[in-house]
Ligand binder design. Sequence first.
Ligand SMILES: C[S@@+](CC[C@H](N)C(=O)[O-])C[C@H]1O[C@@H](n2cnc3c(N)ncnc32)[C@H](O)[C@@H]1O
Length: 214
Amino acid sequence: MNWNPDEHYKSQTVAVDYDASRFSSIPGRVFNSLEKRTVAKCFSRLSKGSTIADAPCGTGRLAGALLEAGYRVHGFDISEAMLSVARQRLVSYAETFTCEVADMKKDPPNSPICDGALCARVLMHFPLDGQIEFLTAVARLSRSIVVINQSLDSGYQRFRRRLKRLMGHQPPANYPISNGDIRLLLEKSGLREVERHRLLPLISEAVYIVAEKV
Ligand SMILES: C[S@@+](CC[C@H](N)C(=O)[O-])C[C@H]1O[C@@H](n2cnc3c(N)ncnc32)[C@H](O)[C@@H]1O
């Protein structure tokens, strides 16, 4: 598959359709709401008013949940089109939401340093080396915790994937990750796992990990 996550989301059509295409069905809405709650819970150890770097911010879907929970958010994304949707969506948070275009792999931002950082729904698009590169850049933006999301690769999830492929469904992630590689990813990015949350583990591969800087 020659799908390129660094380029795909730069399209205005893709950006405008992003939320509706993933989260408007009933399962999509349930998952979206569960994911937002999980993200807010992962950051509950940071006091309200803290600033969180959201990289990649995309259309501001999860940034919105953090702003609603009382945090300030600075978003980074390679796609101006995605950030433009985020700015429109979060216009009522003009005081607490800012964002900028940045390529986290080739040209990672040096500042601002935030109290925490979120890295959701992107690592599974890259091979492990690319994940380490991306997460290392995100970790540099945080003074304390980094919350990441990945697709877990386990025996059960591989079985589910095979079934889904037989039924003609596309796999949701190109590079799901084993527990061993999660350890390697965190270690090479200067992080250590402190807490883990699974989202509907019987029907979803999604895992959220709260990590702290070593
Ligand atoms: C599936 S979206 C996830 C957005 C958001 N975190 C969410 O959960 O809704 C993936 C995002 O990663 C961004 N992205 C891809 N490669 C990137 C890179 N090298 N640097 C920064 N952002 C990148 C894309 O533009 C896209 O907005």
